[in-house]
Design a protein around this ligand. Structure first.
Ligand SMILES: [Zn+2]
Length: 476
């Protein structure tokens, strides 16, 4: 490839990224970091997306073998994809396609624009996809990416009401996961103090919360429940701590009503969340705002549209859906030199609303937030359901424990069955509880389930991400 041309294309992409990095260093207002980007008209927003896309596509073509071969295979050239309106010509890219590329081109695959030269010059970190299925795919990012992430994440943190006076307790293992690292650097950019909480057990963390009084906790939803109970066991009331916000990720929480209410009630604190993925929105994709939990309607999250083009597509045909139609999320990343992606199928069910928000932002909102990835769907005798829907049924029972398990197996007749294993104080007389949960499952999910009622404390405690589903069925 012509090296001069390649250098020019790269320069044009980086120049475009820089041109639209408005309010790069400080928030322009206390509520909205960059009103020029976050509260602009929809037309202005689409103009930014088009300008970025036109610079990105040739860059990706010249710097990723995966993308170049895909263009060639589809009989397309970069100038075929100049605007958001052109994007449907490009079929969505899914994880399986990336995994196959990684298998053929170990260890990194060719789906990113990171080269050995760039890694040597300004490599920052290597992350790994944290999906619950499939082989891990890795993504290497540069220090320039770090800079862009910091800015995008800082904007989202301001939207979520992170402010001076807060101390953030980071209860993460600091593994190769994009979320916590991206937040750590963004907090430094805003100038907020943190307490790193890796490598400690729940008692040690509970003691830190009581003694040093952080105001915001960062962890998974199941861990927030577990830690609240540990505090209670130590004789403390989580509601009496200084914690005012729970910044949760890794599992759906905001979008599962019973879980959100249970956690918020336990802590007397508000849940806020990010949404994204390692592959296409390693920085913030979706984020909460002051209006995210309306009194008279479903919860929602914004999607940051000047740094990514978000679409909802039909799960069967992959066709783009208009606003207020339910489908799967797709992201084109416009905020990275190392790993921009074109129409990556993130794969969460939601629906978009592009009307302005009460908070003043114009970026699209995912109504109901996100309740699970399509590849986590449970298929029981042809009925498809999310673990989150089962969680709603379990948590509708009064006094039910925080932990539960979904066990899928086949009976002697070869028929798939689902067993819910729950904890309840009335485990000595389980019939009433069993009947109630069976009725809940029948009315919410239209499935027959078996129920096992265990004594509180029987199931393993979740220390990071919960493993709720045990599928013992023999795969064909
Ligand atoms: Zn809003």
């Amino acid at each position: 490839m012509d090296r001069d041309r390649q250098a020019k294309t790269r320069a044009a992409w980086l120049e475009t990224l820089a041109r639209y990095k408005l309010d790069p260093d400080h928030a322009a207002s206390a509520e909205i970091w960059s009103p020029r980007l976050e509260a602009c008209s929809r037309d202005e927003l689409i103009a930014i997306q088009n300008a970025k896309l036109a610079a990105l596509v040739p860059f990706l073509y010249e710097n990723s073998d995966f993308y170049r071969h895909r263009f060639d295979r589809l009989g397309l050239i970069p100038s075929d994809l100049r605007t958001v309106a052109d994007l449907p010509r490009w079929p969505v890219v899914d994880k399986a396609e990336m995994a196959e590329d990684a298998l053929l081109h170990p260890p990194y695959g060719t789906y990113t624009a990171m080269s050995e030269d760039l890694w040597a010059e300004r490599g920052w970190m290597m992350f790994s996809s944290s999906g619950t299925t499939g082989a891990p795919r890795v993504f290497r990012y540069s220090h320039l990416d770090r800079d862009y992430w910091c800015w995008a994440n800082a904007r989202a943190l301001v939207s979520m009401d992170f402010r001076h006076g807060d101390t953030v307790f980071m209860m993460t293992g600091y593994g190769p996961h994009v979320w916590a690292w991206g937040v750590q650097y963004a907090l430094a950019k805003i100038g907020l103090p943190t307490i790193p909480g890796g490598g400690m057990d729940a008692r040690a963390r509970a003691n830190i919360i009581v003694r040093f009084q952080p105001t915001i906790l960062l962890c998974t939803p199941s861990y927030a429940l577990h830690l609240g109970r540990v505090l209670q066991d130590l004789g403390h009331d989580p509601r009496q701590t200084k914690v005012r916000q729970l910044f949760l990720a890794g599992e759906p929480a905001m979008g599962i009503d019973r879980t959100r209410e249970r956690i918020q009630d336990l802590w007397g604190a508000r849940i806020v969340e990010f949404y994204g993925c390692t592959e296409a929105a390693p920085h913030v994709g979706g984020y909460s705002c002051a209006a995210s939990q309306p009194k008279d309607g479903p919860v929602f999250a914004h999607l940051m549209e000047d740094i990514g083009i978000w679409e909802v597509v039909d799960p069967e045909t992959g066709a783009r859906l208009p606003p207020r139609r339910r489908g799967l999320t797709v992201c084109t990343s416009l905020n990275s030199e190392s790993s921009p992606q074109l129409r990556f199928l993130v794969g969460d069910y939601t629906e978009f609303d592009d009307r302005p928000c009460a908070c003043g932002r114009t970026h699209v909102r995912a109504i109901g937030c996100f309740t699970g990835r399509a590849d986590d769907l449970i298929n029981l005798r042809g009925i498809k359901m999310f673990p989150g829907a089962i969680e709603e049924a379990v948590r509708s029972l009064p006094d039910v424990g925080d932990e539960y398990e979904i066990v899928l197996s086949a009976n002697d007749a070869g028929m798939d069955t689902m067993m819910l294993r729950i904890e309840h104080p009335n485990h000595g007389t389980p019939d009433e509880i069993r009947d109630r949960l069976r009725a809940e499952a029948r009315s919410r999910l239209e499935v027959q389930v078996d129920v096992e009622v265990l004594a509180p404390g029987s199931l393993p405690k979740t220390e990071f991400k919960a493993k709720r589903v045990k599928d013992l069925r023999v795969k064909a």
